[in-house]
Design a protein around this ligand. Structure first.
Ligand SMILES: Cc1ncc(COP(=O)(O)O)c(C=O)c1O
Length: 399
């Protein structure tokens, strides 16, 4: 059981009655993370990696210590596999662009799914002059159709890019069979872990993806920072994504050579304070315990789900047996935006629309739905108030 953590999130001091159910979009910010960023800018700031002076070298050490903290958090084989980007989106764009330059041949197949966030679709569309995009279906329940996906892996498949946890349904992808088939055809896997990492322990060595991305802002951390895990063999093989300072060995006016390791993917001044902030937010998660977070959020989601299914007019998307922290739904006869607007009047924040997952919505022939998603700060009281408010809003809108 997790004690009420609202007091660790300053937003609740100003908005005492806020019931925040939009963590899947971005998590609220924890006090120690805000303080770490504030301290960094107030007292510790200088550009890193370049300065000989103490302020710079101290902050360089803290920045690189954060890389170690991230590496430890996901059980990466080494900190040298952790690349900081400006977002998870940029991480996927980096991989699609670099693979297009250094790996794909014309006509190679990239296997995606209809469950993906646009961030794991559009970067592949951008290189689709070279590759052929194949998409695995989803079932009528909203679950990934594993048989269809496995059938579509063949000798032409050169990459599989899949979400670890759907941002629409909260369902968690099981990679066991996917990995077996992928290994048979020697296909690398990119996993989009944006939704998974804040809720469940990630053991990257056990999962063994070639690429894995996630975002700091969904981890109670700062926005403007993404994390890309890349296996060493790809770090060695791929050429830089962007050029500039920090990633070079030698530069002439007409040519340059690059550093060899992860540094070659970190051109320019990085998001320094954000990386420091992320480390503080990981400390917070470690303090609470990621397994406890998973258990607690599961309990909350299950509690909400059990109350919601009592109403015949609420349709929930996705199979609830293997999911966490997200409930996507529509209410018969009520537009999701009307629902969200009236809930907002009661201080409840939910997300509505297509959730950057238009293929999912097209599958269900809907323009969008309502999504409630929980974080560590939510409580059963929040859920009781949410369910009561849904009933009140239904009465208003249906009368
Ligand atoms: C599953 C998933 N993938 C990718 C992203 C993109 O993350 P970001 O906007 O932080 O780059 C999100 C954001 O909501 C997401 O939920």
């Amino acid at each position: 059981m997790i004690k009420n953590l609202k007091k660790r999130f300053p937003v609740f001091k100003k908005n005492k009655n806020l019931v925040f159910f939009d963590t899947a979009a971005s998590a609220l910010k924890v006090d120690t993370m805000i303080n770490a960023v504030n301290e960094c800018y107030s007292y510790e700031y200088a550009n890193i990696h370049r300065g000989i002076y103490e302020l710079s070298s101290k902050l360089t050490k803290r920045y690189e210590d954060s890389r170690l903290a991230v590496s430890k958090f996901v059980n990466s084989p080494s900190f040298e596999n952790i690349i900081f980007t400006k977002s998870a989106t940029e991480g996927i764009n980096l991989v699609s662009s670099c693979l297009s330059d250094n790996y794909f041949n014309d006509g190679d197949e990239v296997l995606l799914t209809s469950l993906e966030h646009h961030a794991n679709l559009v970067p592949w569309h951008l290189v689709s002059k070279k590759i052929k995009i194949i998409s695995a279906k989803i079932k009528s329940t909203g679950e990934l159709d594993y048989n269809d996906l496995l059938d579509k892996i063949n000798s032409k498949t050169k990459l599989i890019a899949i979400t670890h946890m759907s941002n629409v349904t909260g369902s968690i992808t099981n990679f066991d069979e996917i990995k077996i088939k992928a290994n048979k055809f020697n296909v690398p896997i990119l996993i989009d872990g944006c939704q998974y990492v804040p809720h469940k322990k990630l053991n990257i060595q056990e999962l063994d993806p070639d690429f894995y991305v996630f975002s700091a802002h969904k981890l109670y951390g700062p926005s403007g920072l993404g994390i890309l895990f890349m296996k060493s063999k790809w770090i060695d093989r791929l050429e830089p994504y962007q050029g500039g300072g920090s990633m070079i060995k030698n530069v002439d006016t007409d040519s340059s050579t690059y550093l060899n390791g992860f540094q070659k993917f970190e051109a320019g001044t990085p998001p320094i304070a954000e990386v420091i902030g992320l480390s503080a937010s990981l400390d917070f998660i470690n303090e609470v315990g990621i397994d406890k977070i998973y258990e607690y959020e599961n309990e909350l989601t299950q509690y909400a789900y059990n109350l919601m299914i009592k109403s015949n007019d609420i349709k929930i998307y996705g199979d609830f047996s293997n999911q966490t922290s997200i409930i996507s739904f529509n209410i018969d006869g009520i537009h999701f935006n009307d629902l969200a607007m009236l809930l907002d009047k009661k201080n409840i924040a939910i997300r509505t629309g297509h959730h950057c997952a238009q293929p999912f919505m097209k599958h269900f022939k809907i323009s969008g739905n309502a999504r409630m998603s929980v974080g560590v700060y939510n409580t059963k009281d929040d859920i009781d108030y949410f369910i009561k408010s849904i009933h009140e809003v239904k009465e208003i809108l249906k009368s």
